[in-house]
Design a protein around this ligand. Structure first.
Ligand code: F6R
Length: 364
């Protein structure tokens, strides 16, 4: 089943162009370049507030989606990890849409949060990879990802498929709420359709990433930095690395580094910066200077423009294709996954079955 791949995780990273395309087939129409959700019998334009709940990597997909719902649809979004959600006694007003994101559809905390929202009159949308799961059965609006079975315990292809669905949902809500013109919708759809080829372009850096893994493998701590919609990717990068390589890693908002974690920086702490060029880039460049001034070793993941501006003086760079901000998180997920994967291979850990972790967490 692994074919020519060494591990399921590696295969699943490589599956992404195919399964993202497969997933998007149910969410975009190529003929008229429009977003098309699976049929629903209620009016999404009346939604007042969105609540997103999930765990782990699925939660990070939700964090990215928060940027999209707010930016494109101008919808206020609350987001929590499922294990915290009910205990803060969230205010759930009528007319709310609650979105649950889960690969397995069985995560106990997420399922309990779903039932809590249902009991409190929320419309329940579920982004889920297992169509027969509990969450899928209990949804009002089922938004399946078509990633196929994910065997590696560390989630990879489910994450990018979740992002694809959430991007389409954000665009759909934006259209319904009169916040997105037909022209913009076409542009978004064209960008989504291009995602699989951008993912292939990102995969082409696999060898380069494998070659730099030995620079990270000896580290005890690794810091990941990102800003805006790339901040959740920093969190995801750190999670992936700690899960499979057992190296302590933390994801931080780039601008938050100087409020604490900068104390950790020295020549032994690699800092992975996830920063496509764009309006936020300059600010991240200043954060990189702060790291460098303390002897920190930077791996910069950016596009050609970003690397031309800030690549000099980095320990290593990874070049991503120049992509629309809406698909950047999907594309930048690839180097983050590959880096964790290759570091784990250098360390010789059990990549597909990391210690202490289960594929589906069915206890609260
Ligand atoms: C990370 C990972 C976990 C899951 C989390 C939620 O690589 O796999 O953090 O993302 O346990 O699982 P699902 O998405 O099945 O609810």
């Amino acid at each position: 089943e692994k074919g020519n791949f060494r591990h399921f995780m590696q295969k699943e990273i490589y599956d992404q162009p195919t399964v993202v395309a497969q997933t998007l087939q149910s969410y975009v129409r190529r003929d008229d370049e429009s977003v098309a959700l699976p049929q629903i019998d209620f009016d999404l334009s009346s939604i007042k507030r969105v609540t997103i709940v999930a765990c782990g990597t699925s939660y990070y997909a939700g964090l990215v989606a928060k940027y999209w719902f707010e930016h494109f649809a101008r919808l206020p979004v609350d987001i929590d990890v499922a294990s915290e959600f009910r205990y803060r006694d969230p205010v759930l007003e009528p007319g709310g849409l609650a979105i649950f994101i889960s690969q397995s559809g069985e995560t106990a905390d997420t399922l309990a949060a779903l039932r809590h929202c249902k009991a409190n009159g929320q419309t329940i949308a579920v982004v889920v990879n297992v169509p027969t799961s509990s969450m899928a059965r209990e949804a009002d609006l089922l938004l399946p990802t078509h990633a196929g079975p994910e065997i590696g315990v560390a989630s990879t292809k489910a994450f990018t498929c979740q992002l694809a669905v959430l991007a389409a949902l954000a665009a759909h809500l934006a259209v319904k709420r009169g916040r997105m013109t037909r022209d913009e919708e076409r542009k978004v759809v064209r960008n989504l359709i291009e995602t699989p080829s951008a993912l292939n372009a990102a995969l082409a850096y696999d060898d380069a990433i494998a070659a730099m893994a030995h620079l990270i493998a000896p580290a005890r701590d690794v810091l990941y930095l990102g800003r805006g919609q790339d901040y959740p990717l920093a969190l995801e990068g750190a999670l992936k690395l700690k899960e499979i390589s057992y190296i302590h890693a933390e994801g931080y908002a780039s601008g938050e580094m100087k409020h604490g974690p900068i104390a950790l920086i020295d020549e032994h702490v690699p800092v992975i910066v996830i920063a496509p060029s764009g309006p936020l880039f300059e600010k991240t460049v200043s954060n990189m200077q702060e790291v460098r001034a303390r002897g920190g070793k930077i791996v910069l993941i950016s596009d050609a423009e970003g690397l031309a501006e800030a690549g000099e003086g980095c320990m290593a760079t990874i070049e991503m294709p120049q992509v629309h901000p809406l698909i950047a998180p999907l594309v930048y997920a690839v180097p983050v996954q590959l880096l964790a994967y290759h570091v784990a291979c250098v360390k010789g850990t059990d990549v597909d079955q990391p210690r202490n972790l289960a594929k589906s967490v069915t206890v609260e």
